[in-house]
Write a protein of this length. Structure first.
Lengths: 185, 186, 654
C-alpha cells in the first residue's frame, strides 16, 4: 500500500537544468530577429506550420537549438512546448544539442548498416578520436549516427551539415573527408 | 508325551528369552527423540527458510508472488514494496505451518531460489498463532540452514548456478544404517 | 446506419457500417492481439500486431485500421496470420526486459498475455536473461507516475490519450527510427495535472502509478465499483485493494457515466481515508477539553444536549449521501430545527423549480454533443469538474459544438473557446436554438439565472446544466437545506453539523455544537460533542450528481477506528430520543423514494439502487495509518508541481 515513505522518497526525475542559455537571454536573442519571424509567419495562414522554418532560421544564427528556444517559439506559436520539442528532435538537421562547426551524419538504418556503415562509423571514430554523438575537443566536428537519410540506393550515405551528401562511403573515404574538413577550417 | 511337551515348553521359553536378551543388549531401532536428533535426509522437506546470497548480505527474494500463487493449500501471504534502490523487495511474508502440506511447490516455482525447504523439522507449539512464521523467523531459519551448508530440498546452489547433486550412496548407507539400528549422528 | 454482413473465420456477424474489423472480431469473441488499438483512441496501425487475412486484399491487413465492408471474408487463424503475430511479438520481446516476476504490470500486461497465447515461447534473438536491449534510466515523471522506457512497446497510446482525450499534450514522441521514445518536454518531469490516463492505457508496465507500487499482484487485488465523492460529476471508480486497503484506482470503460475518464483527484486522492488526522473515537468536551468517550456515552450526551435545547439548527454538507441527508433532516424536523447547508445548490434548484416547475439539469453529460453551442457561465470547469472539461472537449471534437464563455474563462479550455458571450435578455433572445448553458451553482447571479431560465422555458432545444459543487449537493434542495445566511445567526441553543464542512470556526451565537466529522479540524476542536464519521468508500449510499442521476455506491473498505456512517449516527441519536425511524437501508431508501421521487427521476441502470443497499454491521479491524494526500486539488497540485518534499506535514483541508 502507500507508505508515506513512498511519497517521501518519490524521486521526481531530476530537474536536469536544461542545457543552454537562460530564458531572458534567449528572449533577447529572439527579439532581435523579430522581423525575420514576422516575415515567416506571414507566409502561412496559421502560426502552427511556421515552427520548422522559424527554428531553422534561429538555428542558423545561434548554431543550435537550445530547449529554451523551443519553449519560447512554441509559446509564441501557441502550441505546447513538448510538441515543438518532439518536432525539433524528429529532424536530424535540427541540432537539439550543442554541436561543432561541422556535423558528420552517418546513416545507421538498415540498408546502410548492411552495406557496412558500422565500419565507416568506426573509422570516423578512430580518425576523430571521439565516440558517436560527441564533439572533438577543438569544437570543429561532431559525429552523429542518424536514422535513414532517404538515399538507400547509394548506401552507405554520409551527410555533412545541411549541404553535402556523400554516396557509397568506404572507411578510407571517411578519413579523407575528415582530413578535408580539418584543412578547410 | 508329557516329557516331550515339557521339553518343548522349556525350549520355546529359552528361544523366546534368547531373543529378548539379545535385543536387550543390542542397540535399539527407535530414536529417543528429544534427547537425540534423528537423522533426516538432506532432501527432507521441512520448514521453509528464506535464503540469502552467498555473502549472506542480501535477500534473494524479488517478491514475485509466484509461491503464493502456486501454493495448493494457500498458506503463503506476501506483500511487496519498493526498497531504497527502487527495487522490488519483500515487505511481509507469512507461512502458516498449520496449513502447509510440505509439497515443495513453492521451492520449485521460485525464480530466484529464495524460498527453500530446510531439514529442520522440530517445530511444535501449544499455540496456533506461533505456527504462523513471519519474514524474520523465516530469515532466521534460512540463515541457520545456510550455516549448516544446506541447499534446500531441490539442492540448488546459488553461487555458481549449478545444481548440487546429493551423494546418493552416502545417504542410502546412512538410512540403511539407521534402519538397521545403528544410530547416526548428524 | 446500415448493417453489413462480415464473415470472420466461418462465423457470420452483422455489424454497423464503418466498424473496424478488430471490433467485429471482438464481438464474436475472437482474440486478435493488439497494442496500439484502443477503443477510445483513433487507430494508427503502428504496432503491426493485429494483421489478418482479408480475401481479395493483398498481403496481410491491419485489422485495427480496416473498416468492414459487406461480404468481407476475414481469416484470423491461418498459419500465415499466426506466424506474423509470432514474429512481431518476437521482435518486441527482443528489446523488452524479460523480468516479468519483478514487474508491477504482471497479470494485466498485454504483452505477457499475447505472448502466452500467440507468441514465441523462446525468444529467437539471444540476450542474457533480465537484461534489456536498451539500458535507459527509469524516470519518475511525478510523485505519482513513473516511466520505464525499457518496457515501452512504442504503441503511442499514452501520447494519443494525452492529446485526444485529455487535450493536454504533455507527452510527445521524440526522435525517430531506432531512437523513437516517448518523452516529456526536454525529458524532464511532467507538466500536467497527473490524471494518470497514460498509465491506465499503457499495455505494459512502462508507465506505472507510483502509489501502491509493488505491493500486490494484479490477480490478488479485489475489485469494487464505487462512486467518486470529490466533485459533483459522480464518476464510477474501479477500486483495487486487498484486506481493506486500497492499492490503486482504475477506470472501466463499460461501467459508469465517466467513460473511463478520471481526474487526478479521483485517481490519486484515495488515501485520504487513511489520513493521520482521522478521528477514531467519539469526543466529548469535559472541563474544556475534548476527551475520548465510548459511543454509548456520546449518544447519551447527544440526547441530553438535544432535549435541553429549545432552538436547534442543522448544518449539512453536500457530501453526505441521500439517505444520510434524509435521516438528518428527519432528526431536525422532529426538533423543529432549521435546515442549513454551505452550498448554494439547494437555493438555486428551488429557484429553478419556482420558475420552470422542473427540478435540476435539463440535459445530462452524455447529451452534450447534441448541442450546437455550449455557454460556460462564469465557471472554472477544470477546477470544479475536470471530467466535464474532457466531456466538453469530446463534444466539441465529435459534433463540432462551439464553446463560448461568459465571465471567467477556463484556463485549460482556452484554446477550444470560440468566443465570449455576454448574458443579457437581448443576447439570449438572439442566441442560437441548440444552446446549453453550463452554470456554476455557487457563483451564478439571480439576474443572469432568471434570464437563462426564461430562455430555457421558451425554447425546448435550449438546455441548462447545473454543475454541483459537491458529490450530493443536488439532493440538498429536496430535503429543504438552504444556504446559511452570512449575517449572524440569532441566538441558537444547539447547532448540529453533519459531514465535512468548510466552516473553520464555530459561530459565536451558537451555545452548543454537535459535529459529525471524519478529520480533526478547527471546527471539531471547538465542538462540544464529536462523532467520528465514515468516509464515502467505507459506507454505502446513494448520490445524486450534477445531471440529477442517482447512483448507488457500495462499501469497499472497512471503517477506520470506531467511526460510524452518518446514517447510523443519526438513527442511533433518534432512537436515543425515542423517535420513530426506519432502521434498515431498504426501509430508508423506500421512504426516500416515496417522499422525494424527483431524486430518482434520472435513474439510469448504472450499478445504481438496483443493488441491495447495506449498512456495515460488523466492526472490522482498522486499516493501517498512512499519511494521505490533500483533497484540495489546487493546493495539492501546487505542492506536487513544486516538487516539495513530502516529509513535511500538510495541513488537512477538512
Amino acid at each position: 500500500m502507500i507508505d508515506s515513505k513512498n511519497y517521501a522518497e518519490a524521486r521526481i526525475c531530476l530537474q536536469k537544468v536544461p542545457e543552454g542559455p537562460a530564458e531572458l537571454e534567449m528572449q533577447k536573442f529572439i527579439n532581435k530577429r523579430e522581423e525575420k519571424i514576422v516575415t515567416i509567419l506571414k507566409m502561412y495562414p496559421e502560426p502552427r506550420p511556421a515552427l520548422i522554418p522559424i527554428l531553422f532560421e534561429l538555428q542558423r544564427d545561434y548554431g543550435w537549438i537550445p530547449p529554451m528556444m523551443v519553449k519560447i517559439v512554441a509559446e509564441r506559436l501557441r502550441i505546447e512546448p513538448s510538441e515543438a520539442y518532439g518536432v525539433a528532435t524528429f529532424y536530424s538537421l535540427m541540432k537539439t544539442k550543442r554541436a561543432g562547426k561541422y556535423v558528420i551524419m552517418i546513416c545507421g538504418t538498415l540498408s546502410c548498416e548492411l552495406k557496412g556503415s558500422a565500419e565507416v562509423i568506426k573509422a570516423a571514430e578512430t580518425a576523430l578520436d571521439i565516440k558517436v554523438g560527441e564533439t572533438t575537443k577543438d569544437g570543429k566536428i561532431t559525429l552523429k549516427r542518424v536514422e535513414c537519410l532517404g538515399y538507400c540506393d547509394k548506401a552507405p550515405v554520409v551527410q555533412i551539415d545541411n549541404s553535402s551528401y556523400c554516396e557509397k562511403v568506404t572507411p578510407e573515404d571517411i578519413v579523407k573527408i575528415i582530413k578535408r574538413l580539418r584543412n578547410e577550417f | 508325551m508329557i516329557l516331550k511337551s515339557v521339553y518343548d515348553g522349556i525350549k520355546g521359553l529359552i528361544a523366546g528369552y534368547a531373543v529378548t536378551i539379545t535385543k536387550f543388549f543390542s542397540r535399539g531401532t527407535t530414536v529417543p527423540y528429544p534427547e537425540k536428533t534423528p537423522f533426516v535426509s538432506e532432501r527432507w522437506r521441512g520448514v521453509h527458510g528464506l535464503f540469502f546470497t552467498d555473502n549472506r548480505f542480501e535477500e534473494l527474494c524479488v517478491s514475485c508472488h509466484l509461491c503464493a500463487k502456486v501454493c495448493p493449500s494457500v498458506c503463503i501471504t506476501m506483500e511487496g514494496s519498493e526498497d531504497y534502490l527502487q527495487r522490488k523487495r519483500l515487505k511481509r511474508f507469512d507461512v502458516d505451518l498449520g496449513r502447509c502440506i510440505y509439497c515443495g511447490y513453492c521451492e520449485e516455482v521460485c525464480p530466484a531460489d529464495a524460498i527453500r525447504l530446510t531439514t529442520s523439522h522440530d517445530y511444535v507449539s501449544r499455540d496456533r498463532e506461533n505456527l504462523i512464521l513471519h519474514k524474520e523467523d523465516l530469515i532466521e531459519i534460512g540463515k541457520s540452514a545456510m550455516r549448516r551448508g544446506e541447499h534446500g530440498a531441490l539442492g540448488i546452489r546459488r553461487g555458481d548456478g549449478k545444481k548440487v547433486v546429493y551423494q546418493e550412496n552416502r545417504n542410502l548407507d546412512a538410512s540403511f544404517k539407521a534402519l538397521s539400528g545403528e544410530r547416526v549422528k548428524r | 446506419m446500415s448493417l453489413v454482413r462480415v464473415k470472420i473465420d466461418d462465423e457470420e456477424i452483422e455489424v454497423p457500417e464503418g466498424t473496424l474489423v478488430i471490433t467485429a472480431a471482438e464481438k464474436l469473441g475472437k482474440s486478435i492481439p493488439h497494442f496500439c488499438y484502443h477503443e477510445r483512441l483513433t487507430p494508427v496501425a503502428a504496432c503491426r500486431l493485429c494483421l489478418v487475412e482479408i480475401e481479395g486484399m493483398p498481403g496481410l491487413q491491419p485489422s485495427c485500421a480496416t473498416k468492414v465492408k459487406d461480404g468481407m471474408i476475414v481469416r484470423t487463424n491461418t498459419k500465415n496470420v499466426l506466424d506474423s503475430h509470432k514474429s512481431v511479438l518476437d521482435l518486441v520481446l527482443e528489446t523488452h526486459p524479460l523480468d516479468c516476476p519483478k514487474c508491477e504490470a504482471t497479470g494485466r500486461c498485454k504483452l505477457e498475455d499475447f505472448t502466452y497465447e500467440f507468441g514465441p515461447h523462446r525468444v529467437s534473438y539471444y540476450r542474457p536473461p533480465g537484461i534489456s536491449a536498451y539500458d535507459y534510466e527509469e524516470l519518475s515523471w511525478s510523485p505519482v507516475l513513473k516511466f520505464d522506457p525499457n518496457k515501452c512497446v512504442e504503441c503511442s497510446r499514452c501520447i494519443r490519450v494525452c492529446d485526444e482525450v485529455q487535450d493536454c499534450r504533455a507527452l510527445v514522441a521524440s526522435s525517430r527510427g531506432h531512437n523513437w521514445r516517448i518523452t516529456t518536454f526536454t525529458g524532464g518531469p511532467l507538466h500536467c495535472d497527473f490524471c494518470g490516463a497514460c498509465a491506465s492505457v499503457c499495455p505494459t508496465g512502462a508507465i506505472e502509478q507510483q502509489p501502491g507500487k509493488f505491493w500486490k499482484k494484479d490477480w490478488e487485488l479485489e475489485k469494487h465499483f464505487v462512486i467518486c465523492s470529490h466533485c459533483g460529476h459522480g464518476c464510477t471508480l474501479l477500486l483495487r485493494g486487498w484486506e481493506g486497503r486500497i492499492a490503486r484506482i482504475e477506470d472501466d470503460f463499460k461501467v459508469g457515466i465517466n467513460r473511463a475518464n478520471i481526474c487526478s483527484r479521483g485517481r490519486f486522492g484515495f488515501d485520504i481515508i487513511s489520513h493521520s488526522s482521522r478521528l477514531s473515537k467519539p469526543l466529548l468536551r469535559s472541563d474544556g477539553k475534548l476527551v475520548e468517550v465510548t459511543w454509548e456515552k456520546a449518544l447519551f450526551a447527544a440526547m441530553e444536549m438535544i432535549t435541553a435545547s429549545h432552538s436547534v439548527i442543522g448544518l449539512a454538507s453536500g457530501m453526505l449521501s441521500v439517505e444520510e441527508l434524509f435521516l438528518f433532516s428527519k432528526l431536525l424536523a422532529s426538533r423543529n430545527g432549521k435546515k442549513f447547508s454551505e452550498s448554494r445548490d439547494g437555493d438555486v434548484i428551488e429557484f429553478e423549480k419556482k420558475r420552470l416547475g422542473r427540478y435540476g439539469s435539463t440535459h445530462g453529460f452524455d447529451q452534450l454533443d447534441s448541442f450546437e453551442s455550449i455557454v460556460l457561465v462564469d465557471i472554472p470547469v477544470e477546477e470544479l469538474d475536470e471530467v466535464l472539461r474532457i466531456d466538453l472537449i469530446s463534444a466539441a471534437k465529435k459534433s463540432g459544438a462551439k464553446l463560448f464563455t461568459a465571465g471567467r474563462a477556463s484556463f485549460r479550455l482556452k484554446k477550444r473557446i470560440a468566443g465570449l458571450f455576454k448574458i443579457n435578455s437581448q443576447t439570449l433572445a438572439s442566441a442560437p436554438a441548440k444552446t446549453l448553458f453550463v452554470v456554476d451553482t455557487e457563483r451564478i447571479e439571480e439576474k443572469e439565472l432568471s434570464a437563462i431560465l426564461e430562455k430555457v422555458s421558451s425554447d425546448p432545444f435550449t438546455g441548462i446544466l447545473f454543475v454541483a459543487a459537491q458529490s450530493n449537493s443536488r439532493a440538498l434542495s429536496s430535503f429543504g437545506f438552504r444556504v446559511l445566511p452570512s449575517d449572524e445567526i440569532s441566538e441558537v441553543d444547539l447547532m448540529i453539523a453533519a459531514g465535512p464542512l468548510q466552516m473553520t470556526e464555530r459561530p459565536t451565537s451558537v451555545k452548543r455544537l454537535i459535529a459529525s466529522a471524519s478529520f480533526r479540524n478547527e471546527l471539531v476542536e471547538s465542538a462540544d460533542l464529536v462523532f467520528p464519521a465514515a468516509l464515502p468508500f467505507e459506507k454505502s449510499g446513494t448520490y445524486v450528481n450534477s445531471e440529477g442521476r442517482a447512483q448507488y455506491s457500495d462499501i469497499a473498505v472497512p471503517m477506520a477506528g470506531e467511526s460510524w456512517p452518518d446514517a447510523v449516527i443519526w438513527i442511533s441519536v433518534m432512537k436515543e430520543l425515542g423517535e420513530a425511524t426506519p432502521s434498515t437501508p431498504r426501509e430508508i431508501l423506500d421512504e426516500v423514494r416515496n417522499n422525494h421521487p424527483e431524486l430518482f427521476e434520472r435513474n439510469y441502470p448504472v450499478k445504481s439502487s438496483e443493488a441491495e443497499p447495506k449498512l456495515p454491521s460488523t466492526r472490522l479491524a482498522p486499516p493501517k495509518r498512512h499519511r494521505g494526500l490533500l483533497l484540495d486539488k489546487s493546493e495539492w497540485l501546487r505542492k506536487l508541481q513544486e516538487h516539495l518534499d513530502f516529509s513535511k506535514e500538510f495541513s488537512p483541508w477538512f
